[in-house]
Design a protein around this ligand. Sequence first.
Ligand code: AP5
Length: 209
Amino acid sequence: MITVLIGPPGAGKGTQADLLVEQLGYTKFSTGDVLRKHIKEKTPVGILAGDIMAGGGLVSDDILLEIIKVELDRASKEKILLDGYPRNLLQAAALGDLPYKICDVVHIDVGRSDLIGRLSGRRVCSSCGSPFHVTANKPKKDGVCDKCGGQLVQRPDDAADKVAVRLDVYDSMTKPVLDYYQDRGLYRRVDGSGDPMRVFEGVRSALGC
Ligand code: AP5
């Protein structure tokens, strides 16, 4: 059973995914995290994906489908959470062809000006990838991850010019996926503004299975 978390860059998908893992026992797959691991390990996929991600574009659909198949094959078939896939109509169709039931597609909806503030202030753990924010979600100790003690850094694609590209890519490529799932009765909208725990209550009530 798959739940898809979908939303623009900075909507809080990663933050909410971590809460769903901790509090409701989901197994999470973040395609962004998997790709960043490839880049760190300098694998062939990482070498192909590095420049595209740093520029704010989408990595090839073939690479992503391969990644998602491998990740899903490894998992139990219960309570899987996808963060970052699908991101265009072709990926949505490819996911529909895999032997997994999609329960819900939860859209975390946040306005563009809030997204820019969130991404410019985001810091991520260089070791475990957990997201923090310089004002909205501060770590207990400056520059240090609460979860694993790793160093907090800024993601290269959080630079202002790259954020603009990512938001435009979301509008043109990913927004049509919302209609695709609305047509299939799977779409749930959650207001992603306000405190992360308040958003989490919205996400929790949107889950149908
Ligand atoms: P990915 O890593 O998936 O990035 P993204 O979709 O741009 O989303 P972000 O990680 O930036 O934001 P988020 O929604 O997870 O927000 P977060 O919780 O961190 O993908 C990166 C790249 O990989 C893509 O650009 C593409 O190149 C490639 N890629 C990945 N998947 C792909 C695919 N399927 N096909 C092709 N290419 C693919 O929160 C953001 C900040 O806000 C944090 O600082 C957080 O602390 C703060 N925050 C969270 N919630 C709140 C709140 N409620 N109020 C205030 N602040 C909050």
